[in-house]
Design a protein around this ligand. Structure first.
Ligand SMILES: [Fe+2]
Ligand SMILES: [Fe+2]
Length: 146
């Protein structure tokens, strides 16, 4: 596949994906009208916010391949790395707090709500950690394609 063909595949996929994000927002909005449960409302509101975020990111990927080229270089990350590194240590600490809390609740009964929310938090914090790890790889010139 040529570079141009590869970009066309990505652009087409991002546009299809944006339609799915809009569908997810519509479904979650209709669920919101039917429930007062705080956890269900939290899940729907979170998916709506994430879907809006994803939609914008997909648009950013499209425009970076069709209108305005975009790159990220080791120097871009290096310029803010001291701050990121401090934050990185905190992200690792939050993952530990979530894991410890879940371990403490492992044998508890009647705490499914709390376990569910802690599980969500753990996944989200692990994601932040991974995002920063990948930035570190870019900084070190180890990221594929850089
Ligand atoms: Fe999404
Ligand atoms: Fe975080």
């Amino acid at each position: 596949m040529t570079q141009k063909e590869a970009q066309e595949v990505v652009v087409e996929n991002m546009k299809k994906w944006q339609k799915i994000e809009n569908g997810a927002i519509a479904i979650c909005s209709s669920v919101l009208e039917k429930t007062d449960h705080p956890i269900l409302r939290f899940v729907m509101e979170t998916i709506i916010r994430d879907s809006q975020n994803h939609y914008n990111l997909q648009g950013m990927i499209v425009s970076s391949m069709t209108e305005k080229p975009m790159t990220i270089q080791p120097e871009d990350v290096m310029a803010v790395w001291d701050e990121i590194e401090k934050h990185n240590a905190m992200e690792k600490e939050t993952v530990k707090l979530a894991q410890e809390s879940l371990a403490a609740l492992k044998d508890s009964k009647h705490l499914a709500a709390q376990k569910y929310l802690l599980e969500y938090l753990l996944i989200d914090e692990a994601k932040h950690d991974k995002m920063l790890e990948n930035l570190e790889m870019i900084k070190n010139g180890l990221y594929p394609g850089n």
